[in-house]
Design a protein around this ligand. Structure first.
Ligand code: URA
Length: 253
């Protein structure tokens, strides 16, 4: 926290505390002054000396009555229900449809968080929040991805157990996963739910094949607790603020 009350401009990245609080949606600037004077506000755990204290919005930890406050984000966070036959890339050279054809107005910096195969459907997050994207994809953060795979044949108890414990793939053994057989009317094809905490290329298909079952269709039912809800394949919506907060919190941001 920098204490230079005479300066009010944001040109050096610092902001007056009362302005920061007002921009973060806490209350009007005058009311924020009152909250500061009443001792409701802390910056990096300490009581500020006044409304003119300046904070660095990217570094300082500002709390009001014990709750963290942040400036509203300008990043883009889009939940897409990926449809079949779309490729997850920004650089398609062969004229095939990509997921970005379904979300035409995103910024150039927006990327897909992880990849889904062309024939996989379901939840795909698009964002230009680089740190969030990086962490959501990093195995260290163990973000849950729930898939529903329709496979040829019916896996035995032993095969399901192997999937759960980890199977040997050419790029190493898979981490423990939650595996469940889902009900189905089809006598020839089983439906398996797989909850993974890692994200390797074609992982579900390779895992199922490793226990003798070819995947016929694959859907990502949820990603980091996001689900497609009412979105039809090819539709998208922006994430709500509470969803963004929850996502960021899951990966320590
Ligand atoms: N695993 C796969 O095999 N394919 C996907 O698209 C995602 C996970």
């Amino acid at each position: 926290m920098a204490k230079q009350p005479q300066k009010t401009s944001d040109t050096d990245g610092l902001m007056r505390l009362n302005r920061f609080l007002a921009r973060a949606g806490v209350a009007s600037r005058r009311r924020c002054d009152e909250l500061i004077a009443a001792g409701s506000v802390r910056v990096n755990g300490k009581l500020p000396s006044g409304a003119g204290d300046r904070v660095d919005p990217t570094q300082d930890h500002v709390q009001v009555d014990g709750r963290r406050v942040n400036l509203p984000t300008r990043n883009e966070y889009i939940l897409l229900h990926k449809r079949r036959d779309t490729i997850v890339t920004r650089n398609e050279q062969r004229g095939r449809a990509t997921v970005f054809d379904d979300v035409p107005k995103v910024s150039d910096a927006t990327v897909a968080v992880g990849r889904l195969d062309r024939d996989t459907t379901g939840v795909l997050l698009l964002t230009d929040d680089g740190e969030l994207a990086f962490r959501l994809m990093h195995p260290k953060y163990r973000v849950a991805k729930r898939y529903v795979a329709v496979v040829e044949g019916f896996p035995s108890e032993g095969a399901l157990l192997k999937l759960a414990k980890g199977v040997e793939l050419e790029d190493g053994p898979t981490a423990p996963a939650d595996i469940r057989l889902l009900p189905t009317e089809d006598r020839r094809r089983a439906r398996i739910e797989l909850i993974l905490h890692e994200g390797r290329k074609h992982q579900v298909k390779r895992m199922c094949l490793a226990v003798g079952h070819k995947v016929r269709s694959l859907r990502r039912a949820s990603f980091a607790s996001l689900e497609v809800g009412n979105l039809r394949p090819g539709q998208h919506r922006p994430l709500r603020l509470d969803e963004i907060r929850r996502l960021r919190k899951q990966v320590g941001l």
